[in-house]
Design a protein around this ligand. Structure first.
Ligand SMILES: Nc1ncnc2c1ncn2[C@@H]1O[C@H](COP(=O)(O)OP(=O)(O)OP(=O)(O)O)[C@@H](O)[C@H]1O
Ligand SMILES: [Mg+2]
Length: 285
């Protein structure tokens, strides 16, 4: 066991203070459902991969997994089979494009984690297979559940997606409040999706950021906005991601901006990386 642990430690490069090294983990969450998390996660991932980064998107929305549907692929096995110990991680990593993989989620599987110690070790051992990634993007699903809060806490960055709808704004604030009472050291970033124009997005972001600063004493980084754009719905109906189907659309160009900002985020020095992420996730009750 000692040898193996050592090997694992070596395999998981940590941040060494001189920039990005190892796999950077981003959890994408929202208070309200249907605000565009899955759309954004897939398209941000694809754009990052087109810029030469190795990316895996993990569909961790165990209520309504649908990342694979957006990409028009039908996986035989999902994370569910891995957690159950029936399949290896390599069986559920689907290569979609150069530098871009997904791990499909399992719908209707909200009570996920009750692994035996043996299965947990087996799973964590397999994580080496994800270690070649520059980014792991986790689509965490909507709402405040322990699953989601744990994934936010264990990641290097959390992205909160909202739309300008008052209900979405209120729910975004709700999840920010929940995560801050859970862990104050979380790195929070805000994306405003489905905005009609720049100033609407700016107003929405300022409201959330100001309220969070005033009442929770927490800083949120504004990552940018995405236009409400019929091209998004069209790409989903075609099961062809927007950044392939219509990269120069209004929404596509906004995504490009956001991805450029992601590449400029000063990396979090949080120790632990992948192994820490999944161990936290798997050992919660
Ligand atoms: N910028 C946009 N412009 C227009 N429509 C959009 C935009 N972003 C997302 N949509 C539409 O919103 C709907 C919800 O998107 P998506 O499934 O990505 O949201 P979600 O937050 O992942 O939802 P859930 O909480 O159910 O997982 C989709 O029909 C999508 O086409
Ligand atoms: Mg979704």
């Amino acid at each position: 066991m000692g040898d193996q642990a050592e090997k694992l430690r070596e395999a998981f490069q940590e941040y060494n203070g001189s920039g990005r090294k190892g796999t950077y983990i981003i959890t994408v969450a929202s208070g309200k459902g249907g605000v565009g998390k899955s759309t954004l996660t897939v398209n941000m991932g694809l754009l990052l991969s087109r810029k030469g980064k190795k990316v895996t998107v993990v569909d961790a929305d165990f209520g309504l997994a649908n990342v694979n549907v957006m990409l028009g692929v039908l996986p035989k096995y999902t994370l569910y089979h891995v957690f159950k110990g029936e399949k290896n991680l390599s069986d559920v990593i689907l290569n979609i494009d150069l530098n871009f993989n997904i791990i499909a989620g399992a719908s209707g599987f909200t009570h996920l984690v009750n692994l035996s110690e043996k299965d947990r070790i087996k799973f964590v051992d397999q994580l080496e297979q994800l270690n070649h990634n520059d980014f792991l993007l986790i689509d965490a699903g909507a709402g405040i559940s322990k699953n989601v809060l744990t994934m936010m806490q264990a990641a290097h960055e959390s992205f909160i997606v909202t739309t300008p709808e008052p209900t979405a704004i209120a729910d975004a604030y709700g999840i920010i409040k929940a995560i801050i009472s859970y862990d104050r050291d979380i790195r929070l970033n805000l994306i405003v999706n489905k905005a009609r124009d720049f100033s609407e997005a700016r107003n929405v972001s300022q409201r959330i950021i100001n309220i969070a600063e005033q009442f929770l004493n927490v800083h949120i980084n504004y990552l940018g906005f995405i236009f409400e754009d019929a091209a998004v719905g069209k790409s989903i109906r075609l099961q062809e991601p927007l950044v392939y189907h219509d990269p120069k659309s209004k929404a596509g160009l906004c995504l490009e901006n956001i991805v450029n900002r992601i590449l400029n985020i000063e990396p979090d020095r949080k120790q632990g990386g992948l192994r820490n992420f999944f161990q936290k996730f798997l050992s919660m009750n």
